[in-house]
Design a protein around this ligand. Sequence first.
Ligand code: AMP
Length: 376
Amino acid sequence: MNLSHGLAPGSTIGIIGGGQLGRMSAMAAARLGYLVHIFTPEADSPASQVAAQTTVANYTDQAALKSFAAAVDVVTFEFENIPAPSLKLLSSLRPVHPSADILAISQDRLAEKAFLNGIGAPTAPYAAVESEADLAAAITQLGLPAVLKTTRLGYDGKGQAMLRTEADAATAFAALAPKPLVLEGFIDFACEISVIIARSADGSIASFDPVENRHKHHILDLTLAPAPLPPAILAEATRLGRLIAERLHLIGLLAVEMFVTSTGTLLVNEIAPRPHNSGHWTMDACPASQFEMHIRAVAGLPLPPASRHSDAVMKNLIGPDDMADWPAILATPGLIPHHYGKTVARPGRKMGHLNRLFPKGGLPGAFGIIDALKYK
Ligand code: AMP
């Protein structure tokens, strides 16, 4: 195998995690001639339905991890809550991209914020909270309202509580686990955006246009690509994304979520070294999607420009309510449907998404977007 040209077609890419991000990465890998081996504790996972092979085992199963490593050429992941010792074991056996060090930073909100501030990427003001006394001190320092979060294992608004008055503090502290926690100053943001960056081992970078993300019940609902914001703000978002990818020595894909304040300042909220829900629009609006970029970066292939040929709106399909509309979505011209192969549509579960494309520069204003997605 000539690694200077990247992994040869026919090689096997190991992906830890069996969700929809793994599924769509596996589909992109197949298109480039690779086989994918999924490692997941879940039988019949969305990713294993489209992969060549699956190991069904717990993320802590050392024997299963070892035989998985022996069966693949390179390892990547599609979610972040992988136990550190498991990734360390895999890293001793095969190249793992992005690295275990990057994952460790993204798994821990305190490590993440310290890293970001250390490289000059601004975040919300924050303080570490291990005890109720720490929390009282943090409230004095940051003021209220504020957001109390677990440092680990939070997603889609889980593992956090809004503190409006001092009376909220004790209940929130007791409810949130595991400790330690982090208190963040409340950001009265104008909107939320994200940028997705791919970086390869030779340091070349491809960055997708920054997008605006709108949430419903703490879960991503709509992504508007590009974000309808002044060019200077978009350029700054891209600059920050590239800076973070470079300082992490990233090989792979990285999503950076940011708040845009009312004065147009950017604050980094979270980083995720993997494909991201806010990048699903790239599947239909760009020649190479975020999933193809992910696979290319971990396989050592050249990165094409992350240019878009169209503007796009992405809508998530969540739970039974949205899936009741699936037949109507399929019957509506112009909507591009993506189904994750999950059979049970529990409330809040991400079941699929749809993209709608617009001519470049033609993304309708905020009021037109909802109409543009009408399929009922
Ligand atoms: P996170 O789990 O950190 O991505 O937070 C989930 C959502 O909660 C974000 O997308 C924001 O809408 C909101 N949020 C999180 N942190 C803050 C903050 N410090 N100030 C205001 N809103 C926040």
